[in-house]
Design a protein around this ligand. Sequence first.
Ligand SMILES: Cc1cc2nc3c(=O)[nH]c(=O)nc-3n(C[C@H](O)[C@H](O)[C@H](O)COP(=O)(O)O)c2cc1C
Length: 308
Amino acid sequence: MTEAIDESVNFAGIVLRNPVLTASGTFGYGTEFAPFLDLEKIGGFVAKSLTLEPRFGNPPPRIAETPAGMLNAISIENVGVRAFLEEKLPALPDGVVVIASAFGTEPSVYAELAARVSEHPRISGIEINASCPHVKAGGIEFGQDPKLLGELVREVRRATTRPLLVKLSPNVTHIADMARVCEAEGADGISLINAVQAMEVDVETRRPVLSNILGGLSGPAIRPIALRMVWQVAQAVEIPICGVGGIMNAEDAIKFMLCGATAVQVGTANYLDPSSAQRIAVGISEYARSHGFKRVADLTGALETPRE
Ligand SMILES: Cc1cc2nc3c(=O)[nH]c(=O)nc-3n(C[C@H](O)[C@H](O)[C@H](O)COP(=O)(O)O)c2cc1C
């Protein structure tokens, strides 16, 4: 008989049945994926970033395929915080862990969103989207300037006692410095990375492929960048990390955990196989068992590095 293994992890005070979450913007409001996987068999999901009012995104084309990845400039199209709390959340099965994602143009807007979602008992944590690569105001402005990022985290921290995660942008020179700012201002965890700012061109039309010109690159093409950043941040801060970027299978997810991630988020893979997150959770557990780990949590930081 194979010995049972403890699959749960504690990520920033949120107890997850396994370390696999789905990434904001790639898993709708959860219910859309219920026909494809058992929502209660994944660690949880980060809902689409919310704004105070409903918001339409960019006009099409706003998604394009690239070698080993995808380019998007959806631009935070969402139902708004009221419809999310009153209509989307109640439609989910009771056992699903939900993390809300907040987006705004001012720290006070993020703080108001955090306060509103915190009142709802179904919300386990709040992720600040300080990193959207293709919205002109907000998002990436905060994620690229350590001073603005610090002010943002401080203001949201004052607005909620719930577990607070900050999602960092890879579009910076020193990722560890950004993570240190978040830790100093009271964040409970860091998610990284958001999409890498990118563009693509159609030579026949001589136009950018996206109406917005710039977009965010995601998928396997960015995984080694994300892995490097997770590893660097793990050396720099004590707060836990959620690794995101190009995770397509269990092996990819395990790499992030070995480099220091407590949990992971699956994004672009949901477009190829909407059941990926569940499949990845099973694969992580099998790897841990077959490699002599008693708990999946023990994979975190178990990377063997060459001696100096
Ligand atoms: C279509 C699409 C929409 C996204 N929307 C959001 C969003 O609303 N908020 C956010 O924080 N990240 C958003 N992201 C970024 C993902 O959550 C994730 O950080 C990124 O895609 C890297 O992970 P991946 O390579 O596994 O997709 C979006 C990504 C895609 C592909």
